[in-house]
Structure formats: C-alpha cells, structure tokens
Design a protein around this ligand. Structure first.
Ligand SMILES: *[C@@H]1O[C@H](CO)[C@@H](O)[C@H](O)[C@H]1NC(C)=O
Ligand SMILES: *[C@@H]1O[C@H](CO)[C@@H](O)[C@H](O)[C@H]1NC(C)=O
Length: 348
C-alpha cells in the first residue's frame, strides 16, 4: 500500500507533516519534504519562528536539516543549546532577529554539516576564537550586528600566533589555523552589512566569492584593501555613510570580480580612473548616486570587460560589440566597442 501511494505521488512532497513528525516541539511547525523518485530523499524543516523567549534549547526531530529560531528574544547561545539530537544534521540555521550578544566558544561545534548560518539582526560585538572551527560553513550572515574593525591578518597562518581570546576576525582565522580536523575554511559568502567597521576588514585565507559591507562607517578605502580576496566575484560597498575617498589601487587584487556595487556613497569626493585598476573581469559597475560629474572614459581602460555602468536612476551606459570589417591581413574581424548611454553627458 505504501509502495502504491508513493508510485502515485512520486514527485510531490509528502504531506503528512506536523502530526507525523516525531519529537516536534508543540510550538514549532515541523515538515518533512520528500524528493526524488519513490521519495528517496527527505528533508526535515523545523520552523520555530517567534515561539517566544525561554524556549531554547528546543528539542527537534532527528535528522532535521533546516531550523529557524529567528525572532525569539534569545540573548545568548550556550555550549549545550545546539547540541541535542537532531542538531548534528543541520544544514541551515537561522538565528536572526534575536538579541544575541554572547555566543560561547563551542556553541556551534556539533553542527558539523552546517552550511548556512544566519546571525543577522542581533547584538553581537565579537565571537570567540574557534566558534566556526571544523564546520563546513559556506554562507554566513552577520549583518546588522555591532562588529567593529577587526584585523583578519590573522587568517594568514604563516608564523602567526593565534591568540586565545579574540574577536570575530581571529575567530574566523582560527578556523584555518587551529582546526583540529584540518578542514579548510569554506566560507564563500559573508554578509557584514550594517555593522560598525571603520576599515575594510582583512579576510586573508577565506575563499570569499561574495562580500557585502554595505552601510558600515568606513571612511576611506585604501590601496590594496582587497589584495587578499582574489576569489571575489561580487563586492557590495553601497550606502557607506562616511566614505569620502577611495584610493587608486584599492581594488587591484580583485581580478575575478564581476560585479562592483559602489552605489549611494553620497560623500565620495571624486574618483580617479586609477581607482579601477586591476578589475580585469568586471562586468557591472554601480555608481548610482555616488559621483557628481561625468564618469571618466579613461576608467574603461582599466576594465576591459565592463559591460555596463549605472550612474543614477535611468542613467546607465553600456558597451556593445560591433563587428568591424574583416581584415585580410590580420585574418580576423576587428571588433569595435560602442558605448551607449541613456542620457547624454554621462561619460567624459
Ligand atoms: C565580547 O563582547 C561582550 C559584550 O558584548 C563582552 O562582555 C566580552 O568581554 C567581549 N569579549 C571579547 C573577547 O572581547
Ligand atoms: C547596483 O547594480 C548592481 C549590478 O547591476 C546590482 O546587482 C545592485 O543591486 C545595484 N545596487 C543597488 C543598490 O541597486
């Protein structure tokens, strides 16, 4: 009979849900979704959003893969809170919109399969060293906390002493240097928007592809600030309320960067073309609401693959490739790049 039913509904998520899931906290909503032919794969999702303070540690079903504990007025994460049965299989954990100010050093240590961690909208100033040790985290959201400038130079394991008591920077580093299992650090998406960084944090040794620093009180971006982030594909530096200058060569290490968002930096005094030096893969540049005058055409020399630059609402310039005449001598068609803008005078 069971086999017959699964033949009838092989691709639909199993619907029996809450009542059938064992060990579901009465105030949470637990759901098992089955996938694949004959439901060979299943995912248990547990939604404990806004169930109220004092609920943690929440017992969750065995084999839970996604857990949402957001909006629960949780103020600290202790070593035991995330260690019960069911937690070891978590792939994603949402702790956003709580009041978390303290995370004990081993709080996440049992979450060996965790890939996505959302700690956004909390009261964190720091994380202790080793918090992410041995995890296979790829996506970390720490936005809208109170992290300040930190020195991730310590990611560089060569000949560095790892301090015992450290802030977030050192914490991330220690995943590299002190990880007893010798796992490499996997974090490739890091959201640090809405914190208190005053300088671009050094993130040496983290294979980041996506970095978001929007809304931090960064005053100036210095030459070589991103030298260690050569894997970055997307960099967002939008709405930095204090940003007045970007030094030439700031982005020179970013040879894989495809999208750079510098929009809404209203205090930026001006941008020399050399600022864009080294951005040899850049395709999209967003300067909306960030520069007063026209965009210097010489900047395109630094960004040979740039396809479009946004300079404001309905103010975009884009490059198209027009095949020119066939050159017999060269043996190939000569391509001409044509720049078109929504409005005249955007480029000089
Ligand atoms: C981390 O911040 C908390 C307050 O949020 C503070 O009590 C604690 O001393 C700080 N720890 C470190 C290592 O700086
Ligand atoms: C700026 O443009 C980029 C690339 O087109 C886009 O991904 C981003 O969302 C834009 N930023 C804002 C604040 O609209």
């Amino acid at each position: 009979m069971v086999g017959f039913l699964s033949l009838m509904l092989p691709l639909l998520p199993a619907l029996g849900i809450a009542g059938e899931v064992k060990n579901c906290h009465p105030r949470c909503h637990c759901e098992v979704e089955s996938y694949g032919l004959f439901d060979s794969f299943s995912l248990t999702k547990v939604d404990c959003r806004g169930v109220g303070s004092g609920t943690a540690p929440v017992p969750i079903p065995l084999d839970t893969s996604h857990l949402d504990l957001s909006g629960n007025s949780i103020s600290s994460i202790t070593d035991s809170m995330l260690s019960g049965p069911g937690y070891t299989t978590l792939v994603s954990l949402d702790l956003s919109n709580n009041h978390i100010a303290q995370v004990s050093a081993k709080a996440f240590s049992k979450l060996r399969y965790l890939e996505t961690l959302d700690l956004s909208h909390n009261d964190l100033e720091n994380l202790s060293g080793g918090s992410f040790s041995g995890l296979r985290l790829t996506d970390v959201d720490l936005s809208d906390n109170m992290f300040q400038d930190f020195n991730l130079d310590l990611f560089n394991t060569r000949g560095q002493e790892t301090p015992i008591s450290v802030d977030l920077s050192n914490n991330l580093l220690s995943t590299v240097s002190r990880n007893p299992q010798g796992h490499a650090l996997h974090i490739n998406s890091l959201i640090l928007a809405g914190n208190k960084f005053r300088v671009v944090p050094e993130l040496t040794g983290v294979p980041l592809q996506y970095l978001n620093l929007d809304g931090n009180p960064i005053r100036s971006i210095e030459e070589g600030a991103f030298d260690e982030m050569k894997d970055l594909i997307y960099l967002s530096l939008s709405s930095l309320p204090e940003l007045t200058s970007i030094q030439p060569g700031s982005f020179r290490g970013l040879r894989n960067l495809q999208i750079l968002d510098l929009s809404h930096n209203t205090r930026l005094a001006g941008l020399s073309p050399d600022v864009f030096d080294g951005l040899t893969s850049l395709q999209e540049l967003n300067l909306s609401n960030s520069i007063a005058g026209p965009f210097p055409v010489a900047a395109f020399d630094h960004m040979p693959t740039l396809k479009s630059v946004i300079l404001g609402p309905n103010m975009r310039c884009w490059k198209t490739h027009k095949q020119g005449q066939f050159h017999r001598q060269i043996g190939q068609a000569k391509a001409n790049d044509i720049l078109t803008c929504d409005v005249e005078g955007l480029i000089s």
